[in-house]
Design a protein around this ligand. Structure first.
Ligand SMILES: Cc1cc2nc3c(=O)[nH]c(=O)nc-3n(C[C@H](O)[C@H](O)[C@H](O)COP(=O)(O)OP(=O)(O)OC[C@H]3O[C@@H](n4cnc5c(N)ncnc54)[C@H](O)[C@@H]3O)c2cc1C
Length: 530
């Protein structure tokens, strides 16, 4: 075996397990389909996308040609957006790192997992990610609006822990936000170089001053520091098969518009390609290549969108400045099911200025009918053109508990024609009460504060989630799950799934911290059993 461990994917689950195993002396190979991204380009490193012609798109069908920042999969009734690159979803995420309520961890979660059991691992991950709160002297108008709206409906706004580095001595005037020059360059507690947040509002597109505590400046950095972990970007894993006492992992190396096949062997393999990626890979190995035929029949079932719903609200009389500040920094917690019996949290989303830069650039390039164009034109008309419409928008973002009844499967685009692709069977009907309660609350929060909520009227047929969960669910046996409580695949010793794919129920909160805690715990079990 060339390696002790091969980790597929470098998001939260992959980075943490790779780091912990390398730290105890294992030789670890991390195969990541995406690029290495940074705030400056260099050999083997692409600068975060910004301009129209930058590599924005990941295309799972043609990754040799399109291997950019975002993988958007559009299924019937539900689209899913995830990141691609060294650091996985930490590159694109809004940094919110919160712990779900204890009552999430009940059946069908295996009895070994509870809020109490996970507590030390939540803490451990929070320390490595160096979570912080938005300093009070840097609160933006979205925080103030959220607090005011919460109070008006008898709830309370609360700051959320976010994986962002701040300097405390910076005051914020949202009309004249700080510039990149105000960021303080420093070496973080792990030894990696970072800057501090200057409220550029671009968390989801790569922070130009590296204020985000992404995995490449903590877990992956620590893994590489051991000298035992090797990261290979632009290596898309296509297949896994048993080999000797371990597994052979086949991949396509992506470069110059070509796919170059290769493979490596290891005694242990950790699939950490995210909810969609890990599920697709195991489905292909079970059903298409038949290299892992005994993977549970439960594979693909009980997939959840984590009940995510975004409602923009328009405030003609109020400046919201959604482009200023970290994308999310506070929330209103309704996890006690006090509203309509539903469990959810509402957060103060932001609008990255890259989005309207993109729209302006598209219009200038003569591209007509940009998706935001009509909405912006209508908003502008409401302001009689006297102000910039986006300044008056508040994106209320909700995470909740949907029915968790989606199913991932492989399907050909046309009956028996075309290549097998990942498909998601999603029916909204059982989730409508959860989404409707979130929308009602977003509308109420807006109405009470002088805003006009604009939920998309067609939402039941066009949901979108950045928080896909499940597909390779944890269970107690292969009858009700794909992996056990430590992520080991039933019937395949030494083969693990460790990422959002193993979460068997919606969480009602942003999922990354739970994935971190499960990965820290599983890594500890793997180390003890080595
Ligand atoms: C815009 C946006 C904002 C978000 N904000 C938040 C937030 O504020 N808080 C929060 O908790 N969550 C947030 N999320 C969700 C969060 O990013 C995910 O829940 C999290 O990253 C999932 O972690 P993971 O380990 O399951 O997989 P990921 O982090 O998605 O990592 C999977 C990795 O595997 C790689 N991969 C996939 N297939 C293959 C293959 N075949 N071969 C090799 N590599 C492969 C992918 O490129 C990726 O790097 C956000 C997501 C988006 C898109």
């Amino acid at each position: 075996m060339s390696f002790d461990v091969i980790v597929i994917g470098s998001g939260f689950g992959g980075a943490i397990t790779a780091c912990r195993l390398a730290q105890v002396g294992a030789k670890v190979l991390i195969l990541e389909r995406g690029r290495r991204w940074d705030n400056k380009s260099g050999p083997g490193v692409t600068k975060y996308p910004e301009d129209l012609l930058d590599p924005w798109i990941w295309d799972q069908e043609r990754p040799e040609l399109l291997n950019g920042w975002t993988d958007l999969r559009m299924f019937k009734g539900m689209s899913v957006v995830v990141g691609a690159g060294v650091g996985g979803g930490s590159l694109i995420y809004a940094n919110v790192s919160i712990i779900p309520p204890d009552d999430v961890f009940k059946d069908p979660w295996p009895a070994e997992i509870s809020g109490k059991v996970l507590r030390p691992y939540f803490q451990l991950a929070g320390d490595v990610l160096d979570l912080q709160y938005l300093p009070t002297n840097q609160e933006n108008p979205r925080v103030q609006l959220l607090n005011e709206a919460a109070a008006k409906i008898g709830a309370a706004g609360q700051p959320l822990p976010i994986a962002v580095s701040f300097r405390q001595d910076l005051d914020l005037d949202p009309a004249h936000p700080p510039t990149e020059a105000d960021s303080y360059e420093h070496v973080n507690k792990h030894g990696a170089k970072q800057g501090t947040c200057v409220h550029l509002g671009r968390c989801d597109f790569g922070c130009p001053v590296k204020a985000k505590n992404t995995l490449d400046v903590n877990y992956l950095f620590l893994a590489e520091q051991t000298g035992l972990a090797e990261i290979r970007p632009l290596h898309m894993v296509t297949r896994i098969e048993p080999q000797g006492t371990g597994y052979r992992v086949s991949f396509d190396r992506l470069g110059n518009g070509l796919r170059m096949p290769g493979s490596e062997d290891a005694g242990r393999v950790i699939i950490a390609a995210g909810s969609m990626g890990s599920t697709e890979l195991l489905l292909r190995c079970r059903d298409q290549f038949k290299t892992l035929p005994n993977v549970s029949r439960f594979l693909g079932k009980n997939w959840s969108s984590n009940g995510d719903f975004l409602t923009p609200a328009f405030y003609p009389q109020r400046n919201i400045y959604p482009r200023v500040g970290p994308t999310i920094s506070s929330g209103i917690n309704f996890l006690d099911r006090s509203r309509g019996g539903q469990s959810f949290i509402i957060e103060n989303g932001g609008i990255p200025n890259v989005l309207d830069m993109h729209m302006q650039a598209s219009l200038a390039a003569g591209i007509k009918n940009h998706p935001f164009q009509q909405l912006i034109a209508w908003l502008q008309s409401q302001l009689q053109g006297k102000d910039d419409a986006i300044t008056h928008l508040m994106p209320w973002f909700a995470n909740g508990v949907d029915a968790g009844n989606g199913e991932c499967r492989l399907k050909r685009p046309l009956w028996i024609f075309g290549n097998l692709r990942l498909d998601l069977k999603w029916e909204v009907i059982k989730s409508i009460p959860a989404f409707q309660t979130e929308i009602n609350t977003q509308v109420e929060l807006s109405n009470k504060t002088g805003g006009v909520a604009l939920p998309a009227p067609w939402w039941k047929n066009a949901l979108i989630t950045p928080h896909p969960l499940g597909g390779c669910n944890m269970g107690t046996t292969s009858q009700n799950g794909v992996v056990d409580h430590a992520g080991e695949v039933f019937a395949y010793k030494g083969l693990y799934v460790m990422d959002g794919a193993i979460i068997p129920t919606p969480l009602g909160v942003n999922p990354s911290r739970t994935i971190c805690a499960l990965a820290e715990r599983a890594a500890e079990i793997m180390v003890k059993s080595a």
